[in-house]
Design a protein around this ligand. Structure first.
Ligand SMILES: Cc1cc2nc3c(=O)[nH]c(=O)nc-3n(C[C@H](O)[C@H](O)[C@H](O)COP(=O)(O)OP(=O)(O)OC[C@H]3O[C@@H](n4cnc5c(N)ncnc54)[C@H](O)[C@@H]3O)c2cc1C
Length: 398
């Protein structure tokens, strides 16, 4: 059956939706209006993010421009932020006040670090203004790695500040998963490289990595953790594991023994948490606030709602919240959205048991790990670089 006139609303231009757009561009669907509501026009590719922070890649090399991708898919791109969803009325409410009605909606809005500082929240106008406001010499900073757009602005400010601050900066990174470990190494690499070219001698920043788990990279092979422990030690980064720290604001952390540690900047790369506004919808959520979906990536409570990537948790088949799974969900999501629009039966998606993780050290070095093995070789960096660049080329529209 050919749909007469139906509207598909995509919320968020994450790793799954860019593939949905690509597939709808290749095979358009007659009679279907597509609207993509995205808070940000440029989607950062997670695999290249540490490379961007380390100064290896440019913004353009690491971001997918949603506007031309939407044009190719004959989709309307709306730069706005969804703040509400009413499944009964089949309507999405945006921060601008605009409302979009849908026949089918799909959410691919990612997650934010669950900062111990305060409840994870969406960026507000003050955050947006801060993106380009330099960090004052006396001001401590508490930075969440997501939303990436806000983080990149704050990171640029921190780099500028580090190059002029006569005193040694103390920087903490909270989170010893792959993201936290990669970020602390990438940040240190970048700042050291910048300071090496500074006109005056500035002491390199002191980095401390905090984690709640008893050892770093708890979701990966023990050998990968050992390899990174060696790298972190060689780079002079202090690692404190098995400790829950609480952010007090202004770069202050309360440690497990009650003492207060002061930093010039604290970066939160803690475990993924879901957008708080979802709790105000009638969607079925997991206890930690993620959208509960079936194997078809469809909401377990509402047949017209789909979700993929970090924001979705598949009932009974949970996988780590990582870009690899968000990317893999793109093709089955596109297929099932098409089927839902045509009222055809959906196809189940079977996620792979484990995924290869290529974790970078800031230098041109990568440690590969999957299941209970890990492997380190300089050649891996070039391999990863090729894979990442190839991935990005798929979404470039000339
Ligand atoms: C430092 C770091 C390094 C990482 N490295 C890797 C890695 O090497 N490999 C890997 O597999 N994973 C990595 N990850 C994890 C990875 O970033 C996430 O799992 C991945 O980005 C999730 O993809 P997604 O498609 O669900 O969402 P995202 O890629 O986060 O995209 C979400 C999109 O939705 C938009 N959005 C959000 N809220 C709204 C809203 N309310 N309305 C409209 N639009 C909205 C955002 O603008 C964004 O474009 C890393 C994470 C971090 C923090």
């Amino acid at each position: 059956m050919t749909p007469s006139s139906r509207t598909l609303v995509l919320i968020g231009g994450g790793h799954s939706h860019v593939e949905v757009l690509r597939r709808f561009a290749r095979r358009p669907m007659a009679g279907v209006r597509i609207v993509l509501i995205g808070r940000d026009r440029y989607t950062p590719y997670s695999g290249m993010l540490p490379g961007l922070v380390a100064g290896r890649y440019s913004f353009d090399e690491t971001h997918i421009d949603l506007a031309p991708l939407c044009r190719a898919a004959r989709a309307e791109f709306v730069q706005d932020e969804a703040i509400g969803l009413d499944p009964a009325a089949r309507a999405v409410l945006c921060r601008s006040g605009a409302m979009y009605r849908y026949d089918i909606v799909s959410l691919n809005i990612g997650s934010s670090p669950a900062a111990g500082l305060d409840a994870p929240r969406e960026p507000n106008e003050t955050d947006r203004a801060r993106i380009h406001a330099p960090i004052h010499a006396d001001i401590h900073a508490d930075i969440a790695v997501k939303p990436i757009g806000r983080f990149l602005g704050q990171w640029a400010d921190l780099c500028a500040h580090a190059c002029t601050s006569p005193a040694q900066l103390r920087i903490a990174v909270v989170g010893t998963g792959a993201g936290g470990v990669e970020m602390v190494l990438a940040m240190q690499y970048r700042l050291n490289a910048l300071l090496a070219t500074a006109a005056t001698a500035i002491p390199p920043p002191a980095f401390t990595l905090f984690g709640r788990a008893p050892h770093i990279l708890p979701q990966h092979a023990a050998s990968a953790g050992h390899r990174f422990t060696t790298v972190l030690a060689a780079r002079g980064i202090t690692v404190i594991t098995g400790e829950d720290v609480t952010g007090l604001g202004d770069g202050r952390l309360r440690r497990a023994d009650g003492s207060i540690a002061d930093f010039d900047a604290v970066l939160w790369v803690t475990s993924a948490s879901a957008a708080p506004w979802l709790r105000r919808t009638s969607l079925a959520l997991t206890p930690d606030g993620f959208i509960a979906v079936t194997r078809h990536l469809r909401s377990i409570s509402h047949a017209s709602v789909f979700a993929a990537g970090d924001i979705a948790t598949m009932s009974g088949d949970q996988r780590p919240k990582s870009g690899v799974y968000a990317v893999r969900q793109g093709p089955p999501l596109a297929d099932n959205l098409r089927r839902a629009l045509q009222d055809r039966p959906l196809r189940p998606y079977r996620p792979q048991r484990s995924a290869l993780a290529l974790i970078t050290t800031g230098e041109r070095n990568v440690i590969a790990t999957r299941g209970n093995w890990s492997f380190q070789a300089r050649l891996l960096w070039h391999w990863k670089d090729r894979i990442d660049r190839r991935f990005m080329r798929r979404y470039r529209v000339d």
